[in-house]
Design a protein around this ligand. Structure first.
Ligand code: ATP
Length: 287
């Protein structure tokens, strides 16, 4: 389970190999799941203090990549450095501390249904600190103010719209001022107004709190508005990258298929499978 808290751990000195402009450095990442190669010597740098979008066809490994970054899933080979520290080389305690510096926003918001908005945001503070009640109250109200929902503090999750729920989850994810926020499909199911509010919020938080943001998303128009840089991943590698406003027009078969929504192209429609006739027991049978 990811921690929502973030504190001092990410401020530890980075190793000499870390580059100040890169918060997450991925080299030669190789992952094979159930015999399928998900990442094939993937190299990728996530710039510090920017909004980076990870895009790619369904099943290409975007969520898996987020799990590798937090050490929730181990790769078969390669290296991931977060703030200069090698994730694979971390002890359980170091990993736990590193995760404390990461806010994670799930697609479904994952609010605790029996707690009101205030208590949802207060939850990580109560779980991980011994702060006095007055300080908890002030921290929670400030985070709710940041997402525009201080007035909704006493509402229950079932009284919130989808967009509001996502903003509450965001307030909770930033309650300890993380250095890195990972958003897994933050735009799914939002109406245009809520979508614009969430986009504005991601941008504002990124700028005002100096957070590094990584988002996995399929919506190119939304990504164009919020991201500084896009990585398009397919077949286990980065197949295109760049400024979101220009990447869609680079003319490569990958971007044409992915951003143009073409059914046919480098991404096969069929998940890899054996011979159909054999699977149906028809091999050798008369036609
Ligand atoms: N724990 C696991 N064990 C085995 N296979 C897994 C595991 N997690 C994911 N996979 C497989 O890895 C591949 C990548 O999954 P992942 O969820 O990372 O893709 P994604 O790009 O996020 O997809 P989507 O856009 O549809 O959400 C899929 O083929 C999936 O079936």
């Amino acid at each position: 389970m990811f921690s929502f808290v973030a504190e001092v751990s990410m401020t530890q000195p980075a190793s000499p190999s870390s580059d100040d402009s890169t918060l997450v450095r991925i080299r030669g990442l190789t992952t094979v799941l159930n015999g399928k190669t998900i990442f094939d010597a993937l190299d990728l740098d996530i710039p510090r203090g920017k909004v980076t979008a990870i895009m790619g066809p369904s099943g290409t490994g975007k969520t898996t990549l987020l799990k590798h970054i937090t050490g929730q899933m181990r790769a078969d080979a390669g290296e991931i450095r977060v703030n200069g520290e090698n994730v694979a080389g971390m002890s359980r305690e170091q990993l736990y501390k590193m995760r404390e510096g990461v806010g994670y926003l799930f697609q479904n918001s994952a609010l605790l249904t029996d707690f009101d908005v205030f208590e949802n945001v207060a939850f990580p503070l109560r779980q991980h600190t011994q702060l006095p009640e007055v300080l908890i109250r002030n921290l929670v109200l400030l985070k709710l103010q940041a997402v525009g929902l201080r007035g909704a503090a006493r509402l229950m999750p079932n009284e919130l719209s989808g967009g509001m729920a996502r903003r509450v989850a965001l307030a909770r994810a930033i309650v300890f001022d993380p250095m890195l926020i990972l958003y897994d499909e933050p735009f799914v199911g939002l109406d245009p107004v809520a979508l614009n509010q969430v986009l504005k919020l991601i941008r504002t938080l990124n700028q005002t709190l100096g957070i590094t943001s990584v988002l996995v998303a399929h919506e190119l128009e939304a990504v164009k508005q919020v991201a500084d840089h896009v990585f398009l991943i397919a077949n286990g590698k980065v197949v295109a990258q760049g400024d979101p406003k220009t990447i869609a027009n680079d003319g490569s078969p990958w971007t044409r298929q992915f951003f143009g929504g073409e059914a046919d192209g480098p991404v096969p429609f069929q998940y890899p499978a054996g011979d159909l006739a054999q699977a149906l027991g028809l091999t050798g049978a008369a036609k």
